[in-house]
Design a protein around this ligand. Structure first.
Ligand code: NIG
Ligand code: FE
Length: 413
């Protein structure tokens, strides 16, 4: 590919000489360079600075791209999605408008179990086509790295089908993808009264099969009343660890039942959702190395209270933002909208929201040293905006797609 010079960048955002996971007041600092250049070598960031410092006698690059005043920033790092699903669930969306709750829909065999029935009817090839379209959609919306979970199979074959589709996405796409096994998303119909039996299926059959094909990087559990208890969550995390899968968990979405504490004890990389947090939960998470990942579009879609971002930031927690793209609680993977919701509904500053959706999202994917900022040696996964007056315009102008072009590994998609 050689070298590529990008000139006339209106704002080059999130430029960092060195990176670390951001917490507290650091989150509000988003280093930027106005009227900047960016030099790429192959798929990596080689150099950057103000246009005035680009000396003509430097090495003439293979190609020059004129950014025409656009904001250029790291592509979004979306560290929590379920984008491999077999079909939409707008019927339940209407049921909820008519008054049913998320928990009632699940108790009637809807929700996750509805998605699981559809999953077990679809072929792997058909599933791949659907998932590929969603991956293309989010990449054109500016996402350059994504985590994808299983969890709509709830049978050995169903879970393997999803994880194999994730592997195929990884093979075909240049987007950076992490894969998570979420067999413990719900108790399937057949095991409604036999929790031990399903946990044994996960630990004794699913996990060895997944490990044999190296299909997952992480293990996830939906730790929630009516789903998996903190004790069950701990057992499943421990079983996953034996196969090298680190935990990243769904906790504190509907109830605070000890998910934060079990996640920290299990050294989870990330604890996600956090709509329902007690003062103790906030304190414990803030004192740990675990990232709290806020999913405001799920809270929005389910009409739940939004995550307590301000309290988490002021108590020093490391937080990230992700889309939760899934058919039941967030049928959108649009990270621009996630960032807008974070600012509008959780009162995050635009700088905080952008840091949480780029650099801290990269750390939540364990890709903090490769992605999420404009740093020499990092991979050139970049988002070019349409002409906009400032960075705050991104969350302000919610509902408009402000992404003009997206570059993955140094190439426009
Ligand atoms: O992250 N809360 C658990 N899992 C998903 C929703 C699953 C579904 O409703 O299909 C979530 O919100
Ligand atoms: Fe989720």
């Amino acid at each position: 590919m050689g070298s590529t010079l990008i000139i006339n960048i209106g704002i080059l955002a999130n430029t960092r000489e060195a990176c670390h996971l951001l917490r507290g007041q650091e989150l509000a600092l988003l280093p930027c360079i106005e009227n900047a250049y960016l030099l790429l070598e192959d798929d990596q960031i080689a150099d950057y600075g103000p246009m005035s410092e680009w000396a003509n006698n430097q090495k003439i690059p293979g190609s020059v791209i004129d950014a025409r005043g656009a904001v250029v920033m790291p592509a979004w790092c979306d560290s929590h999605t379920h984008l491999v699903f077999a079909g939409s669930r707008e019927n339940e969306f209407v049921d909820k408008i008519r008054g049913l709750t998320y928990a009632q829909i699940n108790a009637q065999g809807g929700g996750i179990l509805h998605s699981a029935r559809k999953m077990n009817e679809i072929s792997e090839d058909e599933l791949f086509v659907l998932a590929w379209k969603r991956l293309e959609e989010i990449s054109h919306l500016g996402t350059g790295a994504v985590e994808i979970k299983s969890g709509y199979g709830l049978t050995l074959e169903g879970e393997l089908k999803i994880l194999r589709v994730i592997r195929r996405l990884r093979e075909k796409s240049n987007i950076s993808i992490r894969s998570t096994f979420l067999g413990a998303h719900s108790y399937p119909e057949a095991y409604r009264e036999n929790h031990q039996g399903y946990i044994a299926l996960i630990t004794d059959q699913m996990l060895p099969a997944i490990a044999a094909e190296k299909l997952a990087d992480y293990i996830d559990v939906f730790c929630e009343s009516g789903f998996f208890s903190p004790e069950e969550t701990a057992l499943i995390c421990q079983a996953g660890k034996k196969y090298g899968l680190k935990p990243r968990l769904h906790v504190n979405q509907l109830n605070s039942i000890g998910g934060i504490q079990v996640g920290i004890a299990q050294e989870a990389i990330s604890l996600d959702h956090l709509e329902t947090m007690t003062a103790e939960d906030i304190r414990d998470l803030s004192g740990s190395n675990t990232i709290g990942t806020l999913l405001p579009s799920a809270a929005f879609f389910l009409r739940m209270p939004f995550q307590p971002a301000r309290q988490l930031i002021s108590s020093g927690a490391a937080i990230a933002l992700a889309s939760d793209f899934n058919p039941g609680s967030s049928p959108s993977g649009n990270m621009q909208f996630v960032v807008a919701l974070a600012c509008i509904q959780m009162k995050m500053l635009p700088e905080e929201a952008i840091n949480c959706a780029t650099l801290n999202g990269a750390y939540a994917l364990e890709m903090g040293s490769e992605l999420g900022s404009i740093t020499r040696g990092k991979r050139a996964n970049l988002l070019f905006t349409k002409p906009i007056p400032s960075l705050a315009y991104i969350p302000y102008s919610f509902g408009t797609n402000l992404v003009d072009r997206v570059m993955i590994g140094g190439e426009f998609i």
